[in-house]
Structures are given as structure tokens and as C-alpha cells.
Design a protein around this ligand. Structure first.
Ligand code: ADP
Length: 256
């Protein structure tokens, strides 16, 4: 059997007294596209922020490519807390696109894409530039590379954010409601780019989304999260067309 690229093992996460994830077990295979749906506050964003190491689990283990996110072994082979180098190296396998684009306004589109690989990873500038142009081409923005973020539409900005996330050629891409801050007429172009990436690549994807038709189209598996537990999961058609649990049925009624 193929080894998962991502494993969540009995993940619990609390903020203060409130437990928002109550034992998440989730294996994601290389190249697998997983759509995460569920009511607001059910813990969807927290699940992907944990993988991006933006949050640390209260208990449980997350592994990427068999490597524990928060633990590493020292020279004697004993387990110690992960250091920055370990976290950076794991993060290199993961790209994330947020609801808000988080682009630097004073930098061009090209510079935005080049920043992390040149500064953080200290890669060769010419190589990075070549990759950035390639990624911007992938998201259909070849003619905009010298513009600044405020000269672009919301949909175009989100496509820049995608190109930037692709720069490190991640094995896993995380999309956190990337269309929910966009004007309705701009949603299509962003979904189109994600669809192309999904169809083209062997990248695994976790998508938090309210776009059910889109999930049905591109996901290999849909997960319904409710109050911090995975309440139902499976084939997109089963989950979205013939849901079993009453809660999932109720939830879907609101989107159809
Ligand atoms: P979803 O993405 O499904 O809307 P979230 O993962 O964003 O849900 O949030 C789950 C719950 O955790 C919510 O009740 C939210 O208020 C809470 N929460 C998320 N992040 C924090 C934080 N940094 N501090 C305190 N509470 C948080």
C-alpha cells in the first residue's frame, strides 16, 4: 500500500478551555485531493493551520512524509522538540493559500513570488526568477509580473498567492476558503486555476471550501467536519449527494 504523505494521529487542539478538535485521524495519500466541509467554527481552518505549523496540537502527532512535525531525534537518537531548521524543512513540502492574499503591497507580483525562496531559503536569484515566471504563467498572469498588487483584481491577487505558494514545489497544497473573500464574478477564475493544478499534478491538496459543485468535481474524498470531529467522509458523490448523517443533510440543504 502507498504510504500517506500526511498523517494526523488522534489530534486534539484546545484554545484555552475550548477543545476545537476532538481526536482527528486522517491519512492523505500523495496526490490525493481532499475537500474539507462543515459549519463555521467546526475546526476546518485549525486542521490546516496545524499542518502549516501555524498552530501546535494540544496532543497527538502529525507526520509529513513520515516525519513528525514537532519532534526530531538528536545525535544520540533521542526524541527532542523540533527546532526551526526541522520545521522549515518540513514546511518546504507544504504550500498554503489563505482567504486573504497577504501580498506585500510595495513589491511587484514577481518580487512577491521571489521573496521567500531568495530570503528564507537563500536560493539563487536567477533560478528563483525563472521559477516565479513559470508559476505565474501557470496561474495565467504572465503579462502582469511587473505590476503591484493594488493594480490587480481580487481574483488575480489570489492567483498570485497561488503562484507564490507553488514556488517551493510543495507536495501538499492547502487552500483555506480561498474564494470566500472574492466578489462572486471573480470566483470562477480562481477555481479554474485550482482545477487545473488538481488535474495536472501529483500534489496532494486539502481544500476548505463551501463550493460544493467544485468539491464534487475535483475532490477524491470529502470530509464533513462537525464540532471538531470528522462526522462523515468518503467518495464526493456519496457525501454530497447521498449523505447519511442528519447533521450533514442539514448542512448541505443550506448550499443547494
Ligand atoms: P472553521 O474553519 O471550521 O470555521 P476554525 O478552525 O477557524 O473553524 O475555528 C474553530 C474554533 O476555534 C472556533 O470556535 C474559533 O473561534 C476557535 N479558534 C480558532 N483559532 C483560535 C485562536 N487562535 N484562539 C482562540 N480560539 C480560536
Amino acid at each position: 500500500m502507498e504510504e500517506p504523505i500526511v498523517q494526523y494521529k488522534d489530534i486534539h487542539k484546545s484554545f484555552g478551555d475550548v477543545e476545537v478538535l476532538k481526536g482527528i485521524d486522517l491519512d492523505i495519500l500523495p496526490g490525493e485531493k481532499v475537500a474539507l466541509i462543515g459549519p463555521s467554527g467546526s475546526g476546518k481552518t485549525t486542521i490546516i493551520r496545524l499542518l502549516m505549523t501555524l498552530e501546535q496540537p494540544t496532543s497527538g502527532i502529525i507526520e509529513v512524509n513520515g516525519r513528525n512535525l514537532w519532534q526530531m531525534t538528536d545525535k544520540k537518537g533521542e526524541y527532542i522538540e523540533a527546532d526551526d531548521k526541522h520545521l522549515r524543512s518540513i514546511r518546504g513540502d507544504i504550500g498554503m493559500v489563505f482567504q486573504h492574499f497577504n501580498l506585500f503591497p510595495h513589491m511587484t507580483i514577481l518580487e512577491n513570488c521571489m521573496l521567500a525562496p531568495t530570503i528564507v531559503s537563500k536560493k539563487d536569484k536567477n533560478e528563483v526568477r525563472k521559477t516565479a515566471l513559470e508559476m505565474l504563467d501557470k496561474v495565467g498572469l504572465s503579462d502582469k509580473v511587473e505590476l503591484y498588487p493594488n493594480q490587480l483584481s481580487g481574483g488575480q491577487k489570489q492567483r498570485v498567492a497561488m503562484a507564490r505558494a507553488l514556488m517551493m514545489r510543495p507536495k501538499v497544497m492547502l487552500f483555506d476558503e480561498v474564494t470566500s473573500a472574492l466578489d462572486p464574478e471573480l470566483v470562477g477564475e480562481v477555481l479554474e486555476v485550482i482545477r487545473d493544478l488538481a488535474k495536472a499534478g501529483d500534489m496532494a491538496m486539502i481544500l476548505v471550501t463551501h463550493e460544493m459543485d467544485f468539491a464534487l468535481d475535483i475532490a477524491d474524498r470529502v470530509l464533513f467536519l462537525n464540532e471538531g470531529v470528522i462526522e462523515e467522509q468518503g467518495d464526493p458523490r456519496e457525501i454530497l449527494v447521498t449523505p447519511k448523517s442528519a447533521r450533514l443533510k442539514d448542512f448541505l440543504v443550506r448550499f443547494t
